[in-house]
Design a protein around this ligand. Structure first.
Ligand SMILES: NC(=O)C1=CN([C@@H]2O[C@H](COP(=O)(O)OP(=O)(O)OC[C@H]3O[C@@H](n4cnc5c(N)ncnc54)[C@H](OP(=O)(O)O)[C@@H]3O)[C@@H](O)[C@H]2O)C=CC1
Ligand SMILES: CC(C)(CO)C(=O)C(=O)O
Length: 329
């Protein structure tokens, strides 16, 4: 098996580097400064314990790859970039190869299954960031992360087992799941806070707003009949396998959404995180004003190039009160 990592950023870069360092054949797909850096000198994987350089082949588009029947393709771009990437895979002649959505949210698998038959979901617990072009900071020890892996929409097959084996050899804890979407819906509840941190800042006190977003999500899930699995603090595997630690010389890590706003690339994943709850609310008649407000705020911040922390908690509270999502003070 060869592993194609499409989107060699924070998660894709960690996975591509760790797999390469374990002896696995990897081809990355990247763009911009990240592509140039990887092509020039590989990817530097920095962890709290060590720094290692991984050299693997990296291209700018799937059409540069001569795909083989036993390739496994990992999608590791943010959700707003998935559809364009899937279309490029189709142009490149990918057909029945397994496609793994190593991404947050629950939209990617459905998008992929429209175009490809062998789609798998992966729930990603892996705090990581691009610290500079060609350099990834992976903050978790003793493992780089925990992945739950399963076939979409349910069950599992030999492709899941094979990928899990390769990831385990690369220090990523991998568990084959018979219902991976349950854990992805659980992870989505955690990711509703991404925009809180991104908009209000790393040190803001937004626990009350987090509770609001989660309560709306749980009401929407119940109305839609969607089961979910708690993969937060209640997940006993975390304490053993993913302890987030600082890396000398690297600034404090923010969520993937904070990273997007800090980079200012003009797009954000919030439409597919909090926006998923907005969609469910609209489909099932459940009021979700707080998720709607933060989804629209995320879009505005990306559009206007606002940096993380540009909005105050008081401003967000005032807007939410006006929408009836919070009691008026
Ligand atoms: N970072 C984290 O700690 C975690 C992230 N996740 C999830 O993992 C997924 C990936 O996030 P993350 O790694 O943070 O994102 P990043 O933005 O760090 O990495 C994605 C990379 O893919 C590149 N890319 C996108 N489209 C293409 C394309 N068509 N061709 C080539 N390269 C492309 C992006 O380039 P460009 O920058 O130019 O857009 C970027 O370098 C998301 O769903 C996220 O929510 C899950 C858990 C933790
Ligand atoms: C939950 C969290 C914040 C963990 O890294 C994440 O999934 C993200 O950064 O998107």
């Amino acid at each position: 098996m060869r592993i194609i990592v499409y989107g060699a950023g924070a998660i894709g870069g960690t996975v591509a580097a760790a797999l390469t360092l374990s002896g696995q054949e990897v081809v990355g797909i990247a763009r911009g400064a990240q592509l140039k850096a990887i092509q020039d000198d590989g990817l530097l994987l920095r962890t709290p314990e060590k720094t290692e350089r991984a050299k693997f082949s990296c291209v700018s588009d799937p059409t540069e790859i001569d795909f083989r029947p036993d390739d496994a393709i990992l999608l590791t771009m943010k959700t707003q970039d998935t559809l364009a990437a899937l279309e490029r895979l189709r142009v490149a002649g990918v057909t029945g190869q397994p496609l793994f959505c190593v991404q947050n949210g629950v939209t990617n698998e459905r998008l992929a299954l429209r175009l490809f038959p062998e789609v798998h979901g992966v729930t990603v617990i892996m705090p990581a960031a691009i610290s500079a072009p060609g350099e990834i900071a992976a903050h978790s020890v003793p493992r780089h992360g925990i992945f739950d892996i399963g076939r979409y929409p349910g069950g599992s097959n030999a492709h899941d087992a094979k990928l899990a084996e390769a990831l385990e050899a690369a220090n990523i804890a991998a568990f084959v799941s018979q219902d991976v979407m349950q854990s992805k819906y659980g992870k989505l509840i955690l990711n509703l806070s991404n925009i809180l941190q991104a908009a209000l800042g790393l040190d803001a006190d937004y626990k009350h707003l987090e509770a609001l977003l989660r309560a709306e999500a749980e009401a929407a899930y119940r109305a839609a009949g969607i089961p979910w699995l708690d993969v937060g603090a209640a997940d006993a595997r975390r304490a053993q396998l993913v302890k987030q630690q600082p890396i000398a010389g690297i600034d404090r890590l923010g969520s993937s959404t904070t990273q997007s706003l800090a980079r200012g690339g003009g797009s954000i994943e919030t439409d597919y995180l909090n926006g998923e709850i907005v969609l469910l609310g609209r489909l099932h008649g459940v009021p979700v004003p707080a998720n709607t407000y933060f989804t629209e705020l995320g879009a505005r911040m990306a559009r206007e190039g606002l940096k993380p922390g540009a909005v105050s908690v008081a401003e967000a509270e005032a807007q939410l009160s006006a929408l009836g999502a919070l009691p008026t003070r």
